[in-house]
Design a protein around this ligand. Structure first.
Ligand code: NAP
Length: 323
């Protein structure tokens, strides 16, 4: 079978290679899965560069999430033909894997594998940030930056379904219409005029979802309502979060961080399963869609990795394992 590996940390398009290796043996309690598709996420890029929250032993196979079809199973929990996603991170950019049954989540067979391969991380992140930090009643308002990211798009769709108003900030005005079609209530360019635009729509966000940091995160803080909460989950600008002392004292804001990997490690399987079921149902119903820019065959891994690192994409870069 074909697999991808990296022997050293570095620029992904230089260190990741496509190799042939024997299929792994099937062991008791395990399941053989034929991979269908996997996205290239910012976390995969950081993992290969060696700057992610966890570092693998080398050589390693990248691929934090994906979707596959069960070819053989030795577990009563999973049947041949089931469509599955993975709870364990890493090792999915290859044609086949053998995984422990408890590390798999069965998703509906009718789900589009190109959407299912992105179900593991971004939709769950969006759902949990919306549910777990600040109770939000219908009609309340949130603000998020990098709103055209796939996490951002998931947040827009989930919030819409719950009647929560979203203020969305992006770097490019050409995204306004597309995000409004996804269900965004307000979309603004994330620059020094942002405060003026938000004041004009007379909204006071209770929750700020921060993917960028730096000045963008600071603008969110200036717009948060009293006792509002800012949740940081990404650092796309690579700039530290800035927090004025006055905002902490007089507005009594709360700053939080979120990492979905930790949440998955620290929650019961039944809780995790229920969250994924809710999201998978939304995907099948057409209520939750992530944007895809280009689908590359696994054989074009180098080109796909270079493309995934370009800014201003129109969605995710996916790997399709066949072909
Ligand atoms: N903490 C967690 O548990 C968790 C879970 C999922 C994702 N994440 C993180 O969330 C972030 C988004 O992930 P994703 O998969 O949704 O991303 P994505 O779909 O690949 O989108 C990337 C986004 O980042 C923006 N961006 C890129 N470079 C930027 C910069 N220098 N300054 C400001 N914005 C920039 C892009 O804007 P343009 O289109 O204008 O280039 C785009 O909106 C990543 O940092 C990822 O690691 C964290």
């Amino acid at each position: 079978m074909r697999t991808t590996t990296f022997q050293s940390f570095g620029a992904p398009e230089s260190v990741v290679s496509l190799d042939e290796q024997a299929s792994p043996p099937l062991t008791p309690g395990h399941v053989r899965v034929r991979l269908l598709a996997a996205p290239i996420n910012p976390a995969d890029i950081n993992y290969i560069q060696g700057v992610y929250g966890v570092k693998p032993e080398l050589p390693a196979t990248p691929g934090m999430e994906g979707c596959g079809e069960v070819m053989e199973s030795t577990s009563p929990m999973i049947s041949t033909g089931n469509r599955v996603i993975f709870l364990k991170r890493g090792g999915l950019w290859q044609e086949e894997v053998v995984a422990a049954a408890e590390d798999l989540i069965v998703v509906p067979t009718e789900i589009d594998p190109m959407q299912a391969c992105m179900l593991g991380i971004n939709p769950l992140t969006a759902l949990l940030m919306l549910e777990n930090f600040r109770p939000l009643a219908e009609g309340e308002c949130i603000i998020q930056n990098a709103a055209n990211s796939n996490v951002g798009r998931c947040l827009i769709q989930i919030a819409k379904k719950r009647g929560i108003t979203t203020i969305n900030t992006v770097r490019r005005s050409e995204l306004f219409q597309e995000l409004e079609e996804f269900g965004a209530d307000h979309v603004f360019v994330d620059d020094s005029d942002l405060k003026k635009h938000v004041r004009n729509v007379e909204l006071n966000p209770a929750l700020a979802i921060n993917c960028v940091g730096g000045d963008s995160g600071l603008r969110q803080i200036s717009l948060l309502a009293e006792e509002g909460v800012q949740v940081t989950y990404g650092a796309m600008s690579k700039q530290a979060i800035k927090v004025p002392n006055g905002a902490m004292i007089f507005k009594r804001l709360r700053l939080e961080g979120f990492w979905v990997t930790k949440w998955l490690e620290s929650n019961e399987r039944s809780v995790v399963q229920a969250a994924y079921q809710k999201l998978a149902e939304m995907v099948v119903a057409g209520e939750l869609t992530q944007a895809i820019d280009t689908i590359y065959p696994l054989s074009s891994i180098t080109e796909a990795l270079a493309h995934a690192q370009q800014e201003q994409r129109s969605g995710k870069i996916l790997l399709q394992m066949e072909g």
